[in-house]
Design a protein around this ligand. Structure first.
Ligand SMILES: C[S@@+](CC[C@H](N)C(=O)[O-])C[C@H]1O[C@@H](n2cnc3c(N)ncnc32)[C@H](O)[C@@H]1O
Ligand code: SF4
Length: 392
C-alpha cells in the first residue's frame, strides 16, 4: 500500500433524477441527509488504523448533488475528517454542485473549511437540450452559478458538459463551448452521452420516441471541442478533460495513476492494497449498519496480475501521456520491439492513426480516444496472448 491516498465521498441525494443518469442517488429524501452524515462519520472510524500513517492528498465530494448538503452537515463531516487524518498534505478539495439551489451559507462554510475547487454540472447552454436530459436548471443559471462561486473566492472551477444529446447539433455544441469558455473557468469535462440501461432516456430511444445521434456526428463534436478548446488555450489532458495550464484536476489524476483511494458512502468504490471494494448501493442498509456500529455491506475483488495490467493500460491510455514503453514492456513481459510489431503490423493502429508513439510512450490519438474502449481491449488481448506464448 502506498504512502499517499485520496478520499471520495458519495452524497446520494438529488432534487430529481435526470433522464440519463445511473449514478446512485435518491430524489425526494432530504430527511435522510442528517443520518447519512452521521453514518459517514462512523464509516471513517473503520479506516482509522489502516490509513492513519498515510498522507491524504485529495478530497472529493461527489454525487448526487452535494449542493443539497446543509452547512451544519458539511461542518460535521469536515470535523470528522480532521479527526480521521492530518489535512495538511491536502492538495485539492473538490465539491460537485448543480447550477440551481446553491446556498450562500454552504459555499461560505465550504470555502472556510478548505474546499478550493467546485465542479458544476452545466451539461448544455440550450434549454431544449437541458429538457431532453431532464435537468432542473435553465442555461442562465450556469453563468449565475459561476459568478456566485467566484464571489466566494473559490480559486478553481470546473464545468461539466455533455455532447451527443438527442437534438443537439454542431452549431449548438459550438455555442455551448463558446459560452463555457466565456465564463472564464479554467477546467472543462466534456462527456459523450452514454445510454445507461434502465434510464428514461434510454427507454425513449429504444421505444423510438427519441433518436440517438449518429456516431459520426458525435465524433465531429468531439473533434470540434478538441480543436476549438486548443485555440482557447485549453490542454486536452485526458479523454474527457480539458484544462488551462496548471488547472488539471489533481484528484482525477490520482485515479489515472493508480494511487490508493478510499470511497465512503453508499455505492462508493475504494481501491487499496490491490483490492477494489464497493459499498452496496442502498442508503437504508448503509445507515442501518453504521448506526449499529457495523461496516456497511460491501463487495470486494482482488486485482490479480491480469486485471492489474488491464486496468493500468486502460487508466494510462486515458491520459495524454499514455504509457511508457519500458513500463508496458515490464507489465506484459514483452520486448518493446514486439509491442511495436503488434501495434503496427497485427492491429494496424498506427497507419490508421489510432495510436501514436511519442517520446518512448504509447498514446492514443484523438480518434483512438473516441474509440478507446475497443482499442484498449484489443491491445490488452494481443499483449496477453503474447505473454501466453503467441509470438507476433
Ligand atoms: C454524477 S454527475 C454529478 C454532478 C451533479 N449532480 C450534476 O448533475 O450537476 C457528474 C457528471 O457525470 C456526467 N454524466 C452522468 N451521467 C452521464 C451519462 N449517462 N452520459 C454522460 N455523462 C454523464 C454529467 O455530465 C455530470 O455532470
Ligand atoms: S446527473 Fe447529477 S443531478 Fe442528475 S440525477 Fe445524476 S447526480 Fe443527480
Amino acid at each position: 500500500m502506498s504512502d499517499n491516498f485520496s478520499i471520495y465521498i458519495h452524497f446520494p441525494f438529488c432534487e430529481r433524477k435526470c433522464n440519463y443518469c445511473s449514478f446512485y442517488s435518491l430524489d425526494n429524501k432530504p430527511d435522510l441527509i442528517p443520518q447519512w452524515t452521521e453514518a459517514l462519520c462512523q464509516e471513517l472510524e473503520f479506516y482509522e488504523e489502516q490509513f492513519q500513517n498515510k498522507n491524504l492528498q485529495t478530497l472529493y465530494i461527489g454525487g448526487g448533488s452535494p449542493n443539497l448538503l446543509p452547512a451544519e452537515s458539511f461542518e460535521q463531516l469536515f470535523s470528522a475528517l480532521k479527526d480521521f487524518t492530518d489535512l495538511n498534505h491536502l492538495k485539492e478539495f473538490t465539491v460537485e454542485i448543480n447550477p440551481n439551489n446553491i446556498k450562500g451559507r454552504l459555499l461560505r462554510t465550504m470555502r472556510n473549511n478548505g474546499v478550493d475547487r467546485i465542479s458544476i454540472g452545466a451539461q448544455s447552454f440550450f434549454q431544449d437540450e437541458l429538457n431532453v436530459l431532464g435537468r432542473l436548471h435553465a442555461p442562465k443559471q450556469i453563468k449565475q452559478a459561476v459568478v456566485r462561486v467566484k464571489n466566494f473566492n473559490f480559486p478553481r472551477i470546473s464545468l461539466d458538459f455533455i455532447f451527443g444529446i438527442p437534438g443537439q447539433n454542431l452549431n449548438t455544441w459550438r455555442t455551448t463551448l463558446e459560452q463555457a469558455v466565456n465564463t472564464g473557468v479554467e477546467h472543462l469535462s466534456l462527456y459523450n452521452l452514454s445510454y445507461e440501461p434502465g434510464t428514461p432516456l434510454t427507454q425513449k430511444v429504444k421505444s423510438g420516441h427519441k433518436d440517438a445521434l449518429d456516431e459520426d456526428l458525435e465524433w465531429q463534436m468531439y473533434k470540434q471541442a478538441h480543436e476549438y478548446l486548443a485555440q482557447q488555450g485549453f490542454e486536452h489532458y485526458e479523454i474527457s478533460s480539458w484544462a488551462k495550464p496548471g488547472a488539471r484536476s489533481i484528484h482525477n489524476q490520482t485515479y489515472w495513476n493508480g494511487t490508493d483511494y478510499l470511497g465512503l458512502g453508499p455505492a462508493a468504490h475504494s481501491y487499496y492494497s490491490r483490492t477494489r471494494r464497493w459499498n452496496s448501493a442502498d442508503l437504508q442498509n448503509y445507515i442501518d449498519n453504521l448506526s449499529q456500529n457495523r461496516r456497511p455491506t460491501f463487495e470486494k475483488e482482488n486485482i490479480d496480475d491480469y486485471k492489474y495490467r488491464l486496468e493500468k493500460l486502460f487508466l494510462s491510455l486515458r491520459t495524454n501521456q499514455g504509457i511508457n514503453l519500458s513500463e508496458l514492456s515490464d507489465l506484459y513481459l514483452i520486448p518493446e520491439k514486439s509491442i511495436k510489431t503488434i501495434v503496427d503490423k497485427e492491429l494496424g493502429y498506427r497507419k490508421n492513426n489510432l495510436v501514436v508513439f511519442s517520446k518512448n510512450n504509447l498514446k492514443l490519438s484523438l480518434r483512438g480516444w473516441f474509440l478507446s474502449n475497443s482499442i484498449i481491449a484489443s491491445l490488452a488481448s494481443k499483449f496477453d496472448s503474447y505473454q501466453k506464448g503467441d509470438q507476433p
